[in-house]
Design a protein around this ligand. Structure first.
Ligand SMILES: [Zn+2]
Length: 174
């Protein structure tokens, strides 16, 4: 199997492209090569968000890793609320995209696990599912988010790389 890029290549390319707005440390991205495009899209979106700040602003990237087969991305950004919301949304999109992107090749994948009581989770496509026989996730990535206006069901659409939000009506709440 040929591997066109080493991890260092795609990570270095992203950091090089975005070095202007990254303050200090550029942490190693502890994720599979298949998520290179997920990270590239995320950094592009953060750059767009920061462009809305009145003055050039740098952010500190704390940690980029895979945890429970999902991207985790922690940054500290001294920005206004609109920019913060845009960055938060960019991170949400990237996290949800990681949930349906094969961590080896970047094609559409699904959450799978190894057999056994302490199964390892990973997102794999049909081609790379070997070793992960158990299908964990059915359907598109979804989660529930809360903001000051209430709760929302969020469903990720891989094709458009966007989410659909539906307000949750708590009929039984106060
Ligand atoms: Zn794959």
């Amino acid at each position: 199997m040929s591997r066109p890029k080493t991890p260092v290549d795609w990570q270095a390319q992203i950091y090089q492209k975005h070095s202007r707005w990254i303050a200090g440390h550029q942490p190693h991205m502890a994720v599979g090569d298949g998520w290179a495009d997920v990270l590239a899209r995320l950094f592009d979106r953060i750059a767009d968000a920061l462009a809305g700040e009145p003055v050039p602003t740098q952010v500190a990237i704390i940690d980029i890793k895979e945890k429970y087969a999902e991207l985790r991305f922690d940054i500290i950004a001294p920005v206004g609320p609109d920019t913060q919301a845009a960055i938060d949304h960019a991170i949400l999109l990237a996290e949800m995209r990681s949930e349906c992107t094969c961590d080896e090749c970047g094609r559409e994948g699904r959450l799978r696990s190894t057999l056994g009581s302490s199964g390892w989770l990973a997102v794999k496509c049909d081609l790379h599912r070997s070793g992960y026989p158990r299908l964990v996730a059915k359907g598109p990535p979804r989660r529930r988010v809360r903001d000051r206006r209430g709760d929302y069901d969020v469903v990720y659409e891989r094709e458009s790389d966007a989410v659909k939000l539906t307000p949750v009506d708590h009929g039984d709440s106060r």
